[in-house]
Design a binder for this molecule. Structure first.
Ligand SMILES: [Zn+2]
Length: 433
């Protein structure tokens, strides 16, 4: 079970503490974990020939809404306010539990095919979405979502809290690759301070982490100042939210004080350069966050604002934004690639299990086929990964040692059947167009 060997990898990008890139390396995976790298003797396991591949840790998407893959291209030419208005109308029309699961199946499949092995996914109906993503084979971090208002799932506040109490048992029962417990209040602008305090208590009781949108736009900060007289980060601090390890979606407009509060609290950022550029939300200062020690992963956001779940374009944009905000000399490819892997793992509390290729870690691995002309020649492995490689180059993917993509095909999904089910469901949206 989950035993295999990747033999003679042309490049092995470890993302270990020394950022070693090995050539001609062999990895032995036993029971889903990396048992050895370049051992003198090999066990009798199935062999993946890595001689024309680059092997890297699976990418970690630290902020997304997978089910919104169904709304790809639905809200164009709008800012965040216009976006939310248009998307929430569509979600109200279709996103019941079954459709949330359908969209998550689509998003999880897209993520895995592009080499993303872990997602921090905030969405409605998490029991259904989590089950769907686990079946596809993704390491899927989900959790109850909290809004003050009944919202699209129709839950009143006491029902949200009651569901939060039940979530640890539901999460355990669904199983799949290990993920930490999370609670996900949507944001400071949709959750009152009293309600945030309740969630902080709930998180403490269950030892859960927290994920929410924080300072995505200047308008959000302005509203927070008007309503609370403080930045969103300070509201979170005062509500006790930051007592739990918290991952901010976006975190574009953090003040110096917000940054130091966040570092002290062990909070982290899921930086979404593609979504932030598309919605004109601003440029998060990745280099500054990294230099100061604010843990920062990368994310796509949902497909209605980023149109795809492509972490390769996110890597590229993250690097371009550093060049634009600072200078090309400041683009540190090691740090950019770490943001998509080990720093993403730290941002979601999984750094002991994933994010690098080291003995004892779980085998969340991707194989990149180096045969394409656009990957030829290889002068700089990290420049290849950040600036040249794309999702079509990802040929094989393993999550916790399970092969979930084999030769560019999903192992656990009948793609034709999935597309047919999506076509049927999307007919409802036609009336809203
Ligand atoms: Zn978001």
């Amino acid at each position: 079970m989950n035993n295999f060997i990747i033999k003679n990898a042309k490049y092995l990008v470890t993302v270990n503490t020394k950022n070693e890139i090995l050539t001609g390396a062999t990895i032995v995976v036993t029971d889903g974990k990396i048992a050895a790298i370049n051992p003198p003797n090999l066990p009798d396991y199935e062999v993946f020939d890595g001689s024309s591949h680059l092997i890297a840790p699976g990418l970690i998407n630290t902020h997304t809404h997978l089910a919104m893959a169904l709304l790809r291209g639905w809200a164009e030419g709008v800012n965040l306010d216009g976006f939310l208005e248009r998307v929430w109308a569509a979600e109200g029309a279709i996103m019941d539990g079954e459709t949330s699961a359908l969209g998550t199946e689509l998003g999880a499949g897209e993520a895995l095919l592009s080499g993303t092995t872990t997602t921090l996914d905030m969405y409605l109906n998490p029991a259904q979405t989590h089950k769907a993503a686990v079946q596809v084979g993704l390491r899927h971090i989900a959790g109850p979502i909290f809004f003050d208002f009944p919202g699209l799932d129709g839950l009143e506040w006491p029902e949200r809290i009651a569901f939060g109490e039940k979530w640890p048992a539901i999460h355990r029962e669904i199983g799949g690759a290990f993920t930490p417990l999370f609670f996900m209040p949507h944001s400071v602008y949709t959750d009152s301070e009293e309600h945030l305090i309740e969630i902080a208590v709930l998180a403490k009781k269950h030892g859960a982490r927290i994920h929410l949108h924080v300072s995505e736009t200047e308008a959000e900060n302005k509203q927070s100042h008007e309503m609370h007289g403080r930045t969103p980060t300070k509201v979170l601090l005062d509500a006790g939210i930051l007592d739990a390890p918290t991952t901010y979606g976006h975190g574009v407009h953090l003040s110096d004080e917000d940054i130091s509060i966040s570092i002290k609290a062990g909070a982290s950022v899921g930086h979404c350069p593609g979504s932030n550029l598309k919605l004109g939300s601003g440029i998060a200062d990745l280099k500054k966050y990294q230099d100061l020690g604010l843990i920062t992963g990368l994310g796509t956001d949902g497909c209605s604002s980023s149109n795809d779940l492509d972490m390769w374009s996110v890597l590229r944009l993250a690097a371009h934004m550093v060049a634009l905000k600072h200078s090309p000399v400041d683009v540190d490819l090691v740090k950019i690639f770490r943001a998509a892997t080990i720093d993403g793992a730290k941002a979601v509390g999984l750094e002991d299990r994933i994010g690098s290729i080291e003995v004892g870690k779980e085998a969340d691995l991707i194989a990149i086929d180096l045969s394409a002309l656009h990957l030829t020649p290889v002068h700089n492995v990290l420049a290849l990964l950040v600036f040249a490689a794309g999702r079509s180059d990802v040929s094989d993917v393993w999550v916790a040692g399970n092969r979930v993509v084999r030769n560019r095909s999903l192992v656990n999904v009948d793609v034709a059947d999935l597309k047919a089910r999506i076509d049927i469901r999307m007919k409802v949206l036609e009336e809203l167009k």
